[in-house]
Design a protein around this ligand. Structure first.
Ligand code: ZN
Length: 307
């Protein structure tokens, strides 16, 4: 779990990390509270009097109640984070979803600045989209909108950890690319970045990469037809492949759309830091402070991990 202290001007002043609860036998809720107290103390030591706290988590997050309903990889279930942390530190607390917070950061100060309708897809271990419509991230009826990583792109195709077959993230997440390449007999030890770089010399890397970009472009066509975004922003480890990713994805998207123009497809401005900047924006809003356009823009981009 990572935390940052952000100054009034939007610049990250201090970062702290506590071990991921998945890798230890500690109580994850207590670890998170400890991280918040630690950052609060660090802020005071820097001469920053905190106005509010933003906490974002993966999984199913009820932002209205301030409760993380379910987050499997950090072992949270029905955790009333807003109440816990507010009682610990006596400050306004916003609780949000990590991907939706990343979308807020891109909309306020990043690659979707000023846009009311756009999609953000971080291509990491999996793929979860932030869908922003009319200026608001869409949470869905049950706080689980945007799980596009499990859209079927090859019905009956390769199995996904979710129990379905042929899901987008089996083929086109950074983790999926690395797993497929190894499963099909590729050189051991290559992560998605190395596979992208090997496409000129390694036919299997070429094939896995082409499958990934084609699946992603096809999925983006479906999303474009359903949602009519002005722009699609791609982040996560896979987006760091640059033109090797963006050129074929744009081509597939364009050729899949016969009667309408394709939206722009651009890289994330904040990379792996987007959720942190988004959490800071949520904290300012919880504290009743204005968030001017461009606030926090000086922080990005941060390199994303690859798989
Ligand atoms: Zn799936």
């Amino acid at each position: 779990m990572k935390g940052v202290v952000v100054g009034e001007e939007g610049r990250i002043r201090h970062s702290a990390v506590v071990p991921s609860p998945a890798e230890s036998d500690t109580n994850p809720v207590e670890e998170l509270r400890r991280l918040c107290r630690l950052l609060h103390g660090e802020a005071l030591a820097l001469g920053v009097a905190p106005a509010g706290i933003g906490v974002v988590a993966p999984g199913i997050v009820d932002e209205t109640a301030g409760v993380v309903r379910y987050a499997s990889n950090i072992r949270f279930r029905d955790v009333p984070l807003r109440t816990l942390i507010r009682d610990d530190l006596g400050l306004p607390v916003a609780v949000g979803h990590d991907a939706r917070a990343a979308g807020i950061a891109e909309a306020v100060s990043g690659a979707a600045r000023g846009l009311d309708n756009f999609l953000l897809l971080p291509l990491g271990t999996g793929i979860a989209a932030t869908v922003v419509l009319n200026g608001e991230p869409v949470a869905g009826a049950d706080w689980s909108a945007g799980e596009v990583g499990h859209m079927p792109v090859h019905p009956g195709g390769e199995p996904c950890a979710c129990g379905q077959r042929g899901c987008l993230e089996v083929y086109a997440s950074a983790g999926g690319v690395a797993r497929r390449y190894i499963r099909l007999g590729g050189t051991p030890g290559l992560d998605s970045r190395a596979i992208a770089e090997a496409t000129g010399t390694d036919p299997l890397a070429r094939s896995v990469w082409d499958t990934a970009t084609h699946a992603l472009g096809t999925a983006l066509a479906t999303l474009t037809l359903a949602l009519d975004p002005a722009r699609i922003v791609l982040g996560g480890g896979l987006a760091e492949a640059g033109a090797r990713l963006f050129d074929p994805v744009r081509d597939t998207l364009r050729s899949a759309l016969a009667w309408r123009t394709a939206p722009e497809v651009l890289p994330s401005a904040f990379g792996a830091r987007a959720a942190q900047v988004g959490a800071a924006i949520l904290a300012r809003r919880a504290a009743g402070l204005a968030v001017p356009e461009g606030w926090g823009a000086q922080n990005g981009p941060a390199p994303a991990p690859t798989y």
